[in-house]
Design a protein around this ligand. Structure first.
Ligand code: F3S
Length: 374
């Protein structure tokens, strides 16, 4: 890979050992993927934040780092709500270790908004190069916003944030941003159906780039649910819904394929994977109007969105449900080993393996009804 003079200097250690290590990671990645150069990025988003997932080894790794990120950088969800951890049943040792992780990231100059929807806080412009790690955010940035990012690991996103650059390969390049397979959906879908569809299609297309044709165009929340589920059940990082030449390979999906909803009885109902938008919170508030929950109902969102939705959150919490920020049902220990009902194809995929929970999916309306039924 060709490096500029400044990049060579960083690699030689002239900006310190931490940046040198970061540059080594980027150069190694670039060499593996035959990138010819590094390109500047406009933001970074880092996964590997919950103490549940990175543990002591992750905390130690962060403790050894110094310096500052050089582009706006945010974090993925951590293992608890910063303020409601007691209500979530998180123990004090976990809290102390989790906050130590967040402090380490903050010392690096990172904005400790812990969310998988960083685009609600600061939406990248179309064409911007990014280094984002959260798979659902990568999908949304590439497919809905027209920005460009590969699906980074935690260390490579952090390295890119410290250097301000990433190797020019994969979805940064035009030649890779083309559909591989057509997916025809000739029946109507709404809301959570898109999460169910993504769960099914991700398993079928794996890492291909699908191009969908729908009966009616999905809204942004529906595209978010679709992309998040495909990123989890497959490893789709880019999809298209716009009309363009359809690839020859065609995947037909029937209504019955997408009907994966369950009527099992949950211990707990958790919504907000990915973190709820303001419109999703408003929809949940409408569904809860005049009702009282009979079993725990948790709704995950970002602190940024919550701070701008206080009246809607009051309406939701009047039912006995709880809105939590900074965390989610998958990266928090609070939801382990439960019978968990979700409205998300991504949570459906990860619940069994990462929470050891019996996880099943319903529409948002069915989830609310289950939570309000004794
Ligand atoms: Fe976000 Fe957690 Fe789902 S990070 S996409 S709410 S698994």
């Amino acid at each position: 890979m060709h490096l500029t003079r400044d990049e060579e200097d960083i690699l030689a250690g002239e900006s310190g050992a931490v940046k040198q290590k970061a540059m080594e990671i980027l150069v190694a990645l670039g060499d593996i993927y035959n990138a010819e150069r590094l390109i500047p990025i406009e933001s970074a988003q880092i996964a590997g934040v919950s103490y549940k997932t990175i543990g002591e080894a992750g905390l130690e790794y962060l403790t050894d780092l110094s310096g500052k990120v050089v582009v706006p950088t945010m974090l993925n969800p951590m293992g608890m709500d910063r303020y409601k951890w007691r209500q979530m049943g998180i123990d004090e040792t976990f809290v102390e270790r989790q906050l130590a992780i967040i402090r380490r990231y903050e010392l690096l100059g990172i904005d400790a908004q812990c969310t998988c929807t960083p685009y609600y806080v600061n939406a990248p412009r179309a064409g911007a190069h990014l280094s984002w790690a959260e798979s659902s955010a990568v999908s949304y940035a590439n497919s809905v916003l027209g920005a460009r990012t590969n699906r980074e690991g935690g260390p490579s996103a952090l390295a890119a944030a410290l250097v301000g650059k990433t190797p020019d390969y994969g979805y940064h390049r035009d030649e890779n941003r083309v559909p591989d397979i057509s997916v025809r959906i000739d029946f109507p879908l709404a809301g959570s159906d898109f999460g169910a569809l993504g769960y099914v299609v991700g398993k079928m297309v794996k890492s291909q780039v699908p191009q969908f044709s729908f009966v009616a165009p999905p809204n942004a929340d529906e595209l978010k649910a679709l992309g998040a589920a495909m990123a989890a059940s497959g490893s789709v990082a880019l999809f298209f819904t716009s009309e363009r030449a359809m690839p020859r390979e065609i995947l037909e999906v029937d209504r019955s394929d997408v009907d994966i909803y369950s009527s099992s009885e949950p211990d707990v109902v958790v919504l907000g994977c990915p973190h709820c938008s303001r419109s999703e919170l408003a929809g949940i508030a409408r569904l809860l109007e005049g009702r009282t929950v009979a079993r725990p109902l948790w709704i995950c969102t970002s602190r940024f969105v919550a701070d701008r939705s206080s009246s809607v959150i009051s309406r939701i919490e009047a039912s006995g449900a709880s809105v939590i920020c900074d965390t989610c049902m998958i990266v928090s220990p609070a939801f382990e080993k439960r019978r968990m009902m979700v409205n998300s194809g991504k949570a459906l995929e990860y619940g069994p393996s990462l929470c050891n929970s019996h996880t099943f999916i319903g529409t948002t309306a069915n989830c609310i009804t289950a939570a309000c039924t004794a």
